[in-house]
Design a protein around this ligand. Sequence first.
Ligand SMILES: Cc1cc2nc3c(=O)[nH]c(=O)nc-3n(C[C@H](O)[C@H](O)[C@H](O)COP(=O)(O)O)c2cc1C
Length: 209
Amino acid sequence: MELKLTDISPLERYKLLIGLVIPRPIAWISTVNEAGVNNCAPFSFFNVLCEEPPLVVTSFNVRSDGDTKHTLKNIQRTGEYVVNLVDEVNADAMHISSYEFPEAESEFEKAGLTPAPCAVVKHPRIAEAAASFECKVWKRMEVGPGRELVFGEILVVHAREGVIDPASKRISETAYNPIGRLFAARYCTTRQRFDLPGGLSSLAPGKTD
Ligand SMILES: Cc1cc2nc3c(=O)[nH]c(=O)nc-3n(C[C@H](O)[C@H](O)[C@H](O)COP(=O)(O)O)c2cc1C
C-alpha cells in the first residue's frame, strides 16, 4: 500500500500517524492560569530532542470548540511550563486530566492530584509524578491551522524518591515504569525490556504483561 498524504484528509493523516508512530512518550504538562486555577493535561506529540541545550518539543492543536488549549494559553502568557512524566501509578489520573474541563475547573482536583511548588518557574508541578521538568519556552512555531509547536528548555529536573540515583544519575528500572501512548484510549507499559543482540528471543512469543 502507498498513500500520498496530500490525498487523504487531516483526520485520516492523524489516525495514520498516531497509529504508526507508537508508543509515544507523554508530556503531562502542568500550568496555572491567570485566575490561579491549576491545570494539567497530557500531550503525546512530544519528545526530548537534545541535551545541549536540553530541549523538549510539544505539538498543540485546538480544543474541540476551536479554542486554544488552556495549557498553550498559559504557556503563551508566561513563557514557562512544567512537563511531568507519567508512569503506571499515575496512568488513570493522567487520562482523566485529558478531558476538556472548563477553564475554571482544575484537573488537579478532578484527578486527585497534588500541586507542588517549582524551584524556578511559577507553575506547579504534579507531586505524584515520577519526574518533572521545569521548562522555559525556547521557541514557538505556528506550523498549520491551529497547530503550534512549543520547544522548551529544561531548567530543573525533579524526581520521585528512588527514580534517579544521586551519584550516577542513572534511572532505576524498578522505580520508574513509564507508560506510552498508542492511540485513542490505548496505552502500553514498558515491562518487557531486553538487550540486543539476542535478548528479544528470551521473551516468550505473544507473552504480554
Ligand atoms: C495521552 C494523550 C495524549 C494527547 N496528546 C495531545 C497532543 O499531543 N496535542 C494536543 O493538542 N492534544 C493532545 N491530547 C489532548 C489534550 O490532552 C486535551 O485536549 C486536553 O483537554 C487539553 O487540556 P487543556 O485545554 O486544559 O490544555 C492528548 C490526550 C491524551 C489522552
